[in-house]
Ligand binder design. Structure first.
Ligand code: ADP
Length: 441
């Protein structure tokens, strides 16, 4: 490669032609040393003056005109185009590494010059020297990057990725001007670097969506009995005013609707109370056998009413777990009540408490509630613990269900570091299994 050819990866505008004078300046010390040696040769060894002079002339011409590797003028900090080819300094790298969000430092041409640890972890395989678009492909981000490069103004953008799963991101693009560069004084014009800080908003958006869906669902659930109450009040004030028989019937229905609203509000409050304590693991030692026995006794009237036989296999000794007694009663109540209500056709419900090891070797106290009802179609099973999700809306409403029972169960068990497993075969029945680590594990 000659000094007339710019390096392939440099933009043409960055190439500086090399003059003979510049080469002479670069080669002045070898030239001076050769001249001194020749003068010594003339003076000491009697080399003819003409020969020595010719040798110095040839050396000077060769130094001035011999082609060499590409030679660029030393980078001047006054030239922003050249600064953009520089690499970020240690100070910048240390600062960027200290940030928890994935960060990229790119130059004005969109080449990644540095990535912090979070970015290297999140976008595995990203390397300095790669175009930024290798890691960040969103067109809106790359367009914003170009705008920041041309205007020198910071930008904040958000975008959504649909593949492989829906994900939301936000990026803050900030121009960086190196001290002494042309744009540094008024912070305008093309920056030397652009810092891209990426934030993954997926979890936050999912929570926001869950909250909005929850409020919408809760309002919808409450609106139905409220509309019914309003309708009956108007009827009692108007057409049925003087009709004692209709009044008694309507008051009965109104009491039912009010009860439905109360159950809903109780469950919503219960859920939000459990959510408040979600990260506090209960410390008290409680006996799961006693809790299941107690709940079973409390639900005996319902079992009698539905004509369902309850078989129990509960150890005599204590089944000690760390937990909140009231919350675990709520878990047992929801599961046994569901088994009685939805498995009523099977005429039998089996409840078992046992000590078992899981595959990881952890010892759990297990509560198993099995019914012999219609079972649950496989497509519903993974969604049963979602708020207001019902496999069969009509039967849930008919049995005074709120659609929140299993959501409450799941939240309570998460707080207890316990698990809920659901096995169901259509036409044969369902088994709900709760696994709580035995105390001491
Ligand atoms: P609900 O108040 O409606 O009972 P849950 O959250 O307790 O709400 O249960 C959610 C849905 O799961 C119920 O509506 C019902 O369709 C289904 N389900 C729960 N337990 C059983 C069961 N043992 N057998 C059949 N379906 C069940």
């Amino acid at each position: 490669m000659t000094d007339r050819e710019p390096k392939a990866d440099l933009p043409a505008g960055d190439y500086q032609p090399v003059t003979p004078l510049m080469r002479l300046r670069d080669g002045r010390w070898p030239l001076v040393a050769s001249a001194v040696l020749l003068i010594l040769a003339i003076l000491v060894y009697g080399v003819p003056l003409a020969v020595g002079g010719a040798a110095i002339a040839v050396l000077t011409i060769v130094t001035a005109y011999m082609p060499r590797q590409t030679r660029l003028k030393p980078v001047s900090v006054r030239n922003p185009r050249q600064l953009r080819r520089m690499w970020p300094g240690t100070g910048m790298k240390v600062t960027v590494d200290a940030l928890a969000s994935p960060c990229f430092v790119a130059d004005g041409r969109g080449i990644t010059r540095y990535v912090n640890k979070a970015a290297a972890k999140y976008y595995g395989g990203v390397r300095p020297g790669d175009p930024l678009s290798f890691s960040l492909r969103a067109p809106s981000l790359l367009e914003a990057f170009d705008r920041v490069c041309s205007t020198g103004s910071a930008e904040r953008i958000t975008w959504t990725d649909k593949v492989p799963t829906e994900a939301w991101f936000e990026a803050h693009l900030a121009p960086i001007y190196m001290p002494g560069s042309a744009g540094a004084q008024d912070r305008s014009g093309p920056p030397d670097f652009v810092l891209v800080v990426v934030a993954d908003l997926t979890e936050q958006r999912r929570l926001e969506r869950m909250r909005t869906d929850f409020v919408a669902n809760a309002s919808h659930e409450l609106r139905t009995p409220l509309a019914s109450l309003t309708g009956f009040i108007e009827t009692l004030q108007g057409p049925a005013k003087e009709d004692p028989e209709a009044r008694d019937r309507f008051l009965g229905i109104m009491a039912q609707q009010a009860g439905r609203m109360r159950r809903l509000i109780d469950d919503i409050l219960s859920l939000s109370r459990i959510e408040l304590k979600a990260h506090v693991r209960p410390e008290a030692l409680v006996d799961l056998s006693e809790i299941v026995r107690h709940t079973n006794d409390a639900l005996a009237p319902l079992a009698r009413e539905l004509d369902v036989t309850v078989e129990t296999l509960i150890p005599e000794g204590p089944a000690t777990v760390r937990g909140d007694r009231d919350e675990l009663i709520q878990v047992a109540e929801n599961l046994i009540e569901n088994a009685l209500k939805y498995g009523v056709d099977g005429e039998k419900v089996a409840i078992e408490v046992a000590l078992e090891f899981d595959t990881g070797g952890t010892q759990n106290w297990v509560m198993r509630v099995r019914d012999y009802g219609p079972g649950i179609a496989p497509e519903h099973v993974p969604r049963l613990t979602e708020r207001f999700y019902r496999a069969d809306v009509a039967s849930s409403r008919a049995t005074k269900g709120t659609g929140l029972g299993l959501a409450i169960v799941k939240h309570i068990l998460t707080r207890h570091q316990a698990r809920l497993e659901i096995d169901s075969t259509e036409g044969e029945g369902s088994t709900f299994t709760v696994k709580i680590p035995a105390a001491g594990e």
